[in-house]
Design a protein around this ligand. Structure first.
Ligand SMILES: Nc1nc2c([nH]c(=O)n2[C@H]2C[C@H](O)[C@@H](COP(=O)(O)OP(=O)(O)OP(=O)(O)O)O2)c(=O)[nH]1
Length: 150
């Protein structure tokens, strides 16, 4: 595979194996009828706590991206999502893990937002007001900006 890798905090040590496993992560870009998108803050106890990101999480064994996204959004923000539109992927090398992010757009969901992990949330437009934004999330804002400009 010929992915370009975004290296984050390059000055911090990685595991000593050159061959780190790739962790797949399903990420949801929830877009409402006013074209705003949902950002949430990473909860206490997780790496990069307090950084803003799109909701989602790691695939569990046997899950595909869509299944993981349905489960994560139910667990983390209390909504049941409708159709999942696979959009972009990114490979990000953090000190804690090498992750492949599968960004999906979601326009339909049911249920009221309920931050089950004590996160903050914000419905955003570009440019976003939330700070800091997680490094692996920043490219998505650039892609959304490019899409709006097209
Ligand atoms: N959810 C999400 N994760 C992102 C984004 N950008 C980005 O680099 N990531 C990275 C951060 C983490 O390394 C990884 C997600 O892992 P996580 O630890 O938050 O996932 P999880 O909810 O399954 O966590 P846990 O159950 O293991 O606590 O993806 C994003 O926009 N949304």
């Amino acid at each position: 595979m010929n992915d370009r890798v975004l290296v984050v905090d390059a000055d911090r040590q990685r595991g000593d194996s050159g061959d780190r496993p790739v962790v797949d992560v399903a990420v949801g870009i929830l877009i409402d009828s006013a074209s705003r998108f949902l950002l949430t803050s990473r909860p206490e106890g997780k790496v990069y706590a307090g950084y803003w990101e799109f909701p989602g999480g790691k695939l569990e064994a046997g899950e595909d991206v869509e299944q993981a996204l349905r489960r994560e959004l139910q667990e983390e923000i209390g909504v049941t999502i409708g159709a999942v539109h696979a959009w972009r992927e990114a490979l990000v090398d953090y000190p804690h893990a090498l992750v492949r992010l599968h960004f999906c757009k979601v326009f339909d969901w049911t249920g009221a937002l309920h931050m089950r992990e004590g996160q903050q949330f914000s419905w955003e437009r570009l440019p976003v007001c939330c700070r800091p934004v997680l490094a692996g999330t920043v490219p998505v804002l650039e892609w959304l900006a490019a899409e709006q400009a097209a």
